[in-house]
Design a binder for this molecule. Sequence first.
Ligand code: ARG
Length: 268
Amino acid sequence: MKKLFLVVVLGFVTILTVGCQNSSNVFDFILDENYDGFVTMATSADYPPYENIVQGANGKNTVEGVDIEIAKAIAHRLNKNLRVVHKGFDFLVEDVRSGKVDFIIAGMTPTPSRAEIIDFSKSYYTEESVVQVVLIHKDNLSLYQSIEDLNSATVRVGAQTGSIQAEFAETFTPLATAKILQDLKELLNNLENKQIDALFTEDEVATTHMNNGYENFIKLQLSSLEGYEGNAVGVKKGNSELLDVINEVIDELLSDGSITTWLSEYSS
Ligand code: ARG
Protein backbone atom coordinates (compact mmCIF):
# COMPACT_ATOMS: atom_id res chain seq x y z
CA MET A 1 0.00 0.00 0.00
CA LYS A 2 2.79 2.37 0.99
CA LYS A 3 4.52 1.55 -2.26
CA LEU A 4 1.42 2.27 -4.24
CA PHE A 5 1.10 5.63 -2.47
CA LEU A 6 4.70 6.47 -3.35
CA VAL A 7 4.14 5.56 -6.98
CA VAL A 8 1.06 7.76 -7.12
CA VAL A 9 2.89 10.68 -5.48
CA LEU A 10 5.89 10.30 -7.78
CA GLY A 11 3.53 10.14 -10.73
CA PHE A 12 1.98 13.43 -9.67
CA VAL A 13 5.36 15.06 -9.21
CA THR A 14 6.36 13.96 -12.71
CA ILE A 15 3.13 15.27 -14.20
CA LEU A 16 3.59 18.58 -12.38
CA THR A 17 7.19 19.08 -13.49
CA VAL A 18 6.55 18.06 -17.06
CA GLY A 19 3.23 19.90 -17.16
CA CYS A 20 4.56 23.32 -16.23
CA GLN A 21 7.32 23.09 -18.86
CA ASN A 22 9.86 24.66 -16.58
CA SER A 23 12.45 22.04 -17.40
CA SER A 24 15.87 23.62 -17.52
CA ASN A 25 19.27 22.55 -18.69
CA VAL A 26 22.44 23.79 -17.10
CA PHE A 27 25.69 24.21 -19.03
CA ASP A 28 28.89 25.06 -17.16
CA PHE A 29 31.88 26.68 -18.85
CA ILE A 30 35.12 26.60 -16.87
CA LEU A 31 36.82 29.67 -18.32
CA ASP A 32 39.83 29.56 -16.02
CA GLU A 33 40.77 26.97 -13.37
CA ASN A 34 41.79 29.82 -11.05
CA TYR A 35 38.44 31.56 -11.11
CA ASP A 36 36.36 31.30 -7.99
CA GLY A 37 32.81 30.16 -8.62
CA PHE A 38 30.29 30.97 -11.32
CA VAL A 39 28.26 33.85 -12.63
CA THR A 40 24.90 32.56 -13.84
CA MET A 41 23.12 33.56 -17.00
CA ALA A 42 19.62 32.58 -18.10
CA THR A 43 18.66 32.11 -21.72
CA SER A 44 16.26 30.27 -23.99
CA ALA A 45 18.49 28.41 -26.41
CA ASP A 46 16.26 28.07 -29.45
CA TYR A 47 17.39 31.34 -31.01
CA PRO A 48 20.44 31.07 -33.25
CA PRO A 49 22.62 32.99 -34.03
CA TYR A 50 22.15 34.26 -30.46
CA GLU A 51 21.85 30.98 -28.56
CA ASN A 52 21.27 27.44 -29.63
CA ILE A 53 21.70 23.94 -28.26
CA VAL A 54 24.04 21.92 -30.45
CA GLN A 55 26.00 18.73 -30.16
CA GLY A 56 29.51 19.40 -28.84
CA ALA A 57 32.73 17.67 -29.88
CA ASN A 58 32.28 15.07 -27.11
CA GLY A 59 28.83 14.13 -28.43
CA LYS A 60 27.10 15.86 -25.53
CA ASN A 61 24.77 18.82 -25.93
CA THR A 62 26.19 22.26 -25.39
CA VAL A 63 24.98 25.80 -25.89
CA GLU A 64 26.58 28.27 -28.32
CA GLY A 65 25.99 31.60 -30.03
CA VAL A 66 26.64 35.33 -29.92
CA ASP A 67 24.93 35.75 -26.53
CA ILE A 68 27.04 32.97 -25.03
CA GLU A 69 30.23 34.66 -26.28
CA ILE A 70 29.10 37.96 -24.76
CA ALA A 71 28.35 36.18 -21.49
CA LYS A 72 31.82 34.60 -21.47
CA ALA A 73 33.39 38.04 -21.92
CA ILE A 74 31.33 39.38 -19.02
CA ALA A 75 32.27 36.40 -16.84
CA HIS A 76 35.98 36.87 -17.64
CA ARG A 77 35.72 40.51 -16.59
CA LEU A 78 34.23 39.35 -13.27
CA ASN A 79 36.90 36.62 -12.85
CA LYS A 80 34.18 34.00 -12.73
CA ASN A 81 33.32 30.87 -14.65
CA LEU A 82 30.06 30.87 -16.60
CA ARG A 83 26.94 28.85 -15.85
CA VAL A 84 24.23 28.99 -18.53
CA VAL A 85 20.70 28.00 -17.54
CA HIS A 86 18.43 27.21 -20.48
CA LYS A 87 14.67 27.39 -19.99
CA GLY A 88 11.44 28.76 -21.45
CA PHE A 89 11.77 32.36 -22.66
CA ASP A 90 8.78 33.41 -20.56
CA PHE A 91 10.57 32.45 -17.30
CA LEU A 92 13.66 34.59 -17.80
CA VAL A 93 12.55 38.02 -16.57
CA GLU A 94 11.17 36.53 -13.35
CA ASP A 95 14.36 34.53 -12.76
CA VAL A 96 16.52 37.64 -12.84
CA ARG A 97 13.98 39.69 -10.88
CA SER A 98 13.94 37.13 -8.09
CA GLY A 99 17.73 36.79 -8.08
CA LYS A 100 17.75 33.16 -9.21
CA VAL A 101 20.26 34.12 -11.92
CA ASP A 102 22.64 37.07 -12.31
CA PHE A 103 21.68 38.18 -15.80
CA ILE A 104 19.67 37.30 -18.92
CA ILE A 105 21.01 37.29 -22.44
CA ALA A 106 18.42 35.88 -24.81
CA GLY A 107 18.10 38.10 -27.86
CA MET A 108 15.82 40.02 -25.56
CA THR A 109 14.30 43.31 -26.65
CA PRO A 110 14.40 45.87 -23.83
CA THR A 111 10.69 46.72 -23.97
CA PRO A 112 9.15 49.39 -21.69
CA SER A 113 7.07 46.80 -19.81
CA ARG A 114 10.08 44.56 -19.10
CA ALA A 115 12.09 47.64 -18.07
CA GLU A 116 9.58 48.17 -15.27
CA ILE A 117 10.63 44.84 -13.75
CA ILE A 118 14.37 44.57 -14.53
CA ASP A 119 17.16 46.88 -15.73
CA PHE A 120 18.68 46.64 -19.19
CA SER A 121 22.16 47.30 -20.53
CA LYS A 122 22.74 49.29 -23.69
CA SER A 123 21.78 47.43 -26.85
CA TYR A 124 24.43 45.15 -28.31
CA TYR A 125 22.52 44.81 -31.58
CA THR A 126 24.70 46.01 -34.45
CA GLU A 127 22.10 47.11 -37.02
CA GLU A 128 19.83 50.09 -36.73
CA SER A 129 16.68 48.01 -36.32
CA VAL A 130 15.69 44.40 -35.90
CA VAL A 131 13.78 43.21 -38.95
CA GLN A 132 10.64 41.30 -38.06
CA VAL A 133 9.30 38.65 -40.41
CA VAL A 134 6.48 36.18 -40.78
CA LEU A 135 7.44 32.77 -42.10
CA ILE A 136 5.10 30.74 -44.24
CA HIS A 137 5.49 27.36 -45.91
CA LYS A 138 6.56 27.69 -49.54
CA ASP A 139 3.67 25.46 -50.65
CA ASN A 140 1.30 28.17 -49.42
CA LEU A 141 2.85 31.11 -51.20
CA SER A 142 -0.13 31.54 -53.50
CA LEU A 143 -2.47 31.70 -50.50
CA TYR A 144 -0.52 34.14 -48.36
CA GLN A 145 1.21 36.96 -50.17
CA SER A 146 0.87 39.62 -47.55
CA ILE A 147 0.23 39.99 -43.84
CA GLU A 148 -3.40 40.95 -44.63
CA ASP A 149 -3.92 37.53 -46.21
CA LEU A 150 -3.06 35.98 -42.83
CA ASN A 151 -5.62 37.96 -40.90
CA SER A 152 -8.48 35.50 -41.10
CA ALA A 153 -10.07 33.08 -38.63
CA THR A 154 -9.10 30.07 -40.73
CA VAL A 155 -5.40 30.92 -40.49
CA ARG A 156 -3.30 29.58 -37.62
CA VAL A 157 -0.42 31.87 -36.64
CA GLY A 158 2.36 30.92 -34.22
CA ALA A 159 4.69 32.85 -31.91
CA GLN A 160 6.85 32.15 -28.85
CA THR A 161 5.32 32.54 -25.37
CA GLY A 162 6.22 35.84 -23.74
CA SER A 163 7.95 37.24 -26.83
CA ILE A 164 7.23 40.52 -28.57
CA GLN A 165 6.33 38.41 -31.60
CA ALA A 166 3.32 37.08 -29.69
CA GLU A 167 2.21 40.72 -29.37
CA PHE A 168 2.90 41.33 -33.05
CA ALA A 169 0.72 38.34 -33.94
CA GLU A 170 -2.12 39.87 -31.93
CA THR A 171 -1.61 43.31 -33.45
CA PHE A 172 -1.18 42.35 -37.09
CA THR A 173 -3.43 39.29 -37.30
CA PRO A 174 -6.12 39.78 -34.62
CA LEU A 175 -8.64 37.62 -36.51
CA ALA A 176 -6.30 34.65 -36.93
CA THR A 177 -6.14 31.71 -34.53
CA ALA A 178 -3.01 32.14 -32.40
CA LYS A 179 -0.87 29.19 -31.35
CA ILE A 180 1.53 30.46 -28.70
CA LEU A 181 4.17 27.89 -27.70
CA GLN A 182 7.21 28.04 -25.45
CA ASP A 183 9.70 26.39 -27.79
CA LEU A 184 10.55 28.11 -31.04
CA LYS A 185 11.83 24.86 -32.54
CA GLU A 186 8.45 23.24 -31.90
CA LEU A 187 6.82 26.14 -33.73
CA LEU A 188 9.21 25.72 -36.66
CA ASN A 189 8.30 22.02 -36.79
CA ASN A 190 4.61 22.95 -36.66
CA LEU A 191 5.12 25.19 -39.69
CA GLU A 192 7.07 22.48 -41.50
CA ASN A 193 4.23 19.98 -40.86
CA LYS A 194 1.59 22.58 -41.72
CA GLN A 195 0.06 22.46 -38.24
CA ILE A 196 0.33 26.24 -38.35
CA ASP A 197 0.24 28.50 -41.40
CA ALA A 198 2.53 31.31 -40.32
CA LEU A 199 5.19 32.02 -37.71
CA PHE A 200 6.15 35.43 -36.34
CA THR A 201 9.87 35.71 -35.62
CA GLU A 202 12.83 37.90 -36.51
CA ASP A 203 14.80 37.96 -39.72
CA GLU A 204 18.24 36.94 -38.48
CA VAL A 205 16.88 34.02 -36.47
CA ALA A 206 14.67 32.91 -39.37
CA THR A 207 17.62 32.99 -41.78
CA THR A 208 19.82 30.97 -39.44
CA HIS A 209 17.17 28.29 -38.94
CA MET A 210 16.52 28.24 -42.71
CA ASN A 211 20.27 27.73 -43.31
CA ASN A 212 20.19 24.81 -40.92
CA GLY A 213 17.47 22.47 -42.04
CA TYR A 214 14.28 24.49 -42.35
CA GLU A 215 14.56 25.21 -46.03
CA ASN A 216 10.87 25.11 -47.00
CA PHE A 217 9.97 28.51 -45.62
CA ILE A 218 9.47 31.91 -47.19
CA LYS A 219 9.67 35.22 -45.36
CA LEU A 220 7.11 38.00 -45.47
CA GLN A 221 8.48 41.21 -44.07
CA LEU A 222 6.69 42.97 -41.25
CA SER A 223 6.88 46.59 -40.20
CA SER A 224 8.16 46.84 -36.64
CA LEU A 225 6.31 48.46 -33.78
CA GLU A 226 7.71 51.41 -31.92
CA GLY A 227 9.48 50.77 -28.61
CA TYR A 228 10.68 47.32 -29.66
CA GLU A 229 14.25 47.86 -30.75
CA GLY A 230 17.61 46.19 -30.14
CA ASN A 231 18.81 43.40 -27.89
CA ALA A 232 20.08 43.99 -24.38
CA VAL A 233 21.28 42.21 -21.25
CA GLY A 234 18.87 42.17 -18.31
CA VAL A 235 19.90 42.41 -14.65
CA LYS A 236 18.06 42.72 -11.34
CA LYS A 237 16.69 46.22 -10.77
CA GLY A 238 19.21 48.44 -9.05
CA ASN A 239 22.23 46.21 -9.66
CA SER A 240 24.21 49.07 -11.17
CA GLU A 241 27.55 47.55 -10.20
CA LEU A 242 27.00 44.59 -12.51
CA LEU A 243 25.31 46.73 -15.15
CA ASP A 244 28.32 49.07 -15.35
CA VAL A 245 30.64 46.14 -15.99
CA ILE A 246 28.27 44.72 -18.62
CA ASN A 247 27.98 48.06 -20.44
CA GLU A 248 31.76 48.42 -20.48
CA VAL A 249 32.17 44.93 -21.95
CA ILE A 250 29.47 45.60 -24.59
CA ASP A 251 31.20 48.85 -25.63
CA GLU A 252 34.45 46.98 -26.13
CA LEU A 253 32.87 44.08 -28.04
CA LEU A 254 31.03 46.49 -30.33
CA SER A 255 34.03 48.66 -31.05
CA ASP A 256 36.53 45.86 -31.66
CA GLY A 257 34.12 44.12 -34.06
CA SER A 258 33.72 40.94 -31.99
CA ILE A 259 29.93 40.98 -32.07
CA THR A 260 29.84 41.40 -35.87
CA THR A 261 32.28 38.51 -36.24
CA TRP A 262 30.24 36.25 -33.93
CA LEU A 263 27.01 37.15 -35.76
CA SER A 264 28.38 35.93 -39.07
CA GLU A 265 30.07 32.91 -37.47
CA TYR A 266 26.89 31.64 -35.81
CA SER A 267 24.40 32.49 -38.56
CA SER A 268 25.87 30.29 -41.29
N1 ARG B 1 13.35 39.61 -29.32
C1 ARG B 1 12.13 38.97 -28.93
C2 ARG B 1 11.71 39.41 -27.55
O1 ARG B 1 12.49 39.99 -26.84
C3 ARG B 1 12.23 37.47 -28.94
C4 ARG B 1 13.36 36.90 -28.18
C5 ARG B 1 13.30 35.40 -28.05
N2 ARG B 1 14.53 34.88 -27.53
C6 ARG B 1 14.83 33.60 -27.38
N3 ARG B 1 16.01 33.30 -26.91
N4 ARG B 1 13.99 32.66 -27.70
O2 ARG B 1 10.60 39.19 -27.13
